[in-house]
Design a protein around this ligand. Structure first.
Ligand code: GLN
Length: 537
């Protein structure tokens, strides 16, 4: 089958859930046996979101091949279970960078370089890049931002051209809008949708399918009105109403015939609706998991999106342990020796979050000490693991000045230190240890058990600093062992305290690879221990 391209655009407002709609569509097509990939094109100028503050853009997600990307790629992977790659995340910055590099090399032979055709050609090339390497039936491309944004224009122009070149059976546009409810008038309003569709039509793109985000059920009349004003079939007006969980969206979209409308428009007879059995089982189990388990998230960002993948991984692990995970954000800047008991009170376990820089680290260290001494299950991720190590060095090994050289470059007990290869790097973007690396597990360790007694695993990284092996023997002699190391370099990837219920820190980010149908083994084992006090239950 020739690759078919589906573009997902948004209008009226941002944050309407284009990422979830894209991921859901991917899931539905995948369930019909199609080979799919989902990619995100972001109109901002940063080369990648790696240098962006999580307050601006939420979590930075990392692909197995080491690209720092938008958090929507996390949704794509969690929904479809298909790994994305560096070519699934493109920004204006990346587009311009390659055009400028080509210009400097002289590839354009004296031509004036312009937005049209050079930038738009590069966007089109990138849109087709994944399919030029692998045979995909469908490539779903989500365009970040909204169609009115100045910076979106080259992307929309590229889509317009591409649709023309590909023909109507091989390309399609799904446009997502918002239908506000005016409480005073008691009415849902379609005008913003009409205006948004007019705007995208003005750019030469006629959406074939409209997804209307709404807080209230849309009547048949309202859908007919939208269809009438926007040149789409009534059947192609789909509502996206707020649901109890994002994971219900694929099922809800399927019920409305979202994938069927798309397939039909692209010249394919849809056939039977796939049953989505395992997915529905997950939803059923989720619904029945009413008993709660309380987990404290110790980190410096008190905003949901900053720890998106961790929250989702905890939720997955909760469902498979028949529990509803209630997460309490515990701002690490506010944790002191005096209040740590209160702050962590009622938590069955804590996660010490990743991060960069000084802010809030003392609170992480205090939390790590408290849970170590009180045998409370603790999961340290990246910086969280590093702070577990620093705490152990200070309070068990007795090195009061122990630190990570990220925080104190002159400490004589640099138990976490910068890697040799990182020392001379001055550029910030894309220069960390990024992407999946192998890790050899220590037989008999808790981590090894959690991973189903596998000897070799692969997990994704995003950091500059590492456990300093100079101190390893001393740590191990005093009860904190290395239970996972990189087979090539000997770098410590996992530490654990075997005498503790569950005290594990990973230098990598397990949260990037937990999916709905494949929850992550470490999160499963962590939550299980939080519930029963042991994994043997
Ligand atoms: N700041 C630490 C480092 O660079 C940890 C990074 C992280 O938590 N992702 O090594």
């Amino acid at each position: 089958m020739k690759t078919k391209y589906i573009f997902i655009t948004g209008g009226v407002a941002s944050s309407l859930g284009k990422g979830i709609i894209s991921a859901s569509l991917g899931k539905l097509l995948q369930a019909r046996g199609y080979k799919i990939t989902i990619q995100k094109f972001d109109p901002y100028i940063n080369i990648d979101p790696g240098t962006l503050n999580p307050y601006e853009h939420g979590e930075c997600y990392v692909t197995a091949d080491g690209m720092e990307t938008d958090l929507d790629l996390g949704h794509y992977e969690r929904f479809t279970g298909i790994e994305t790659t560096r070519d699934n995340s493109v920004t204006t910055g990346k587009i311009y960078l390659s055009v400028i590099e080509k210009e400097r090399k002289g590839d354009y032979l004296g031509k004036t370089i312009q937005v049209v055709p050079h930038i738009t050609d590069e966007i089109k090339r990138r849109i087709r890049l994944n399919a030029s390497k692998e045979d995909f039936d469908f490539v779903i491309t989500e365009i970040g931002g909204t169609i009115g944004d100045i910076e979106s224009q080259p992307f929309l122009e590229a889509i317009r051209q591409l649709r023309w070149e590909l023909g109507s059976e091989n390309s399609l546009n799904v446009h997502l809008t918002y239908v506000p409810y005016l409480a005073a008038a008691g009415e849902l309003k379609t005008k913003p949708t009409q205006t948004s569709v007019k705007q995208i039509q003005g750019l030469g793109i006629q959406p074939e399918v409209l997804v209307l985000r709404t807080e209230h059920e849309l009547s048949a009349d309202l859908k007919a009105k939208v269809a009438h004003f926007c040149n789409v079939d009534v059947k192609a007006v789909i509502q996206s109403q707020d649901l109890p969980s994002i994971y219900e969206v694929p099922v809800n979209m399927q019920q409305q015939g979202f994938d069927e409308v798309i397939l039909t428009k692209m010249g394919i007879t849809p056939g039977e609706k796939p049953p989505l059995g395992p997915w529905r089982n997950f939803l059923e189990r989720r619904k029945n998991a009413t008993k709660e388990i309380h987990i404290g998230l110790v980190g410096k960002y008190d905003l949901q999106d900053a720890y998106k993948s961790i929250l989702e991984s905890l939720a997955h692990a909760g469902v498979y342990n028949d529990r509803k995970v209630k997460v309490k954000f515990i701002n690490s800047e506010k944790i002191t020796k005096d209040n740590v008991f209160e702050q962590l009170d009622g938590m069955s376990g804590i996660v010490i979050c990743p991060g960069f820089g000084q802010r809030g680290i003392e609170g992480k260290i205090i939390a790590a000490e408290y849970t170590r001494k009180n045998n409370i299950p603790t999961f340290g991720i990246c910086l969280g693991m590093q702070m577990m190590v620093v705490e152990f060095a200070r309070n068990v090994l007795g090195y009061a000045d122990a630190d990570s050289s990220e925080m104190n470059p002159s400490t004589s007990h640099n138990v976490i230190d910068i890697m040799e290869e990182q020392k001379n790097i001055t550029q910030m973007g894309g220069t960390m240890r990024l992407g999946a690396y192998e890790c050899e597990l220590l037989k008999g360790s808790r981590t090894w058990q959690a991973y189903g007694e596998k000897s070799l695993i692969k997990e994704r990284h995003r950091h500059r600093y590492e456990f300093n092996n100079k101190f390893l023997q001393e740590f191990e002699a005093n009860g904190m062992i290395c239970s996972g190391k990189n087979p090539g370099t000997g770098l410590v990837e996992i530490v654990e305290i075997p005498s503790h219920k569950w005290y594990i820190g990973t230098q990598f980010h397990p949260e990037y690879s937990s999916t709905v149908l494949n929850p992550h083994p470490l999160f499963l084992s962590f939550i299980k221990t939080c519930i029963y006090g042991t994994v043997e239950a």
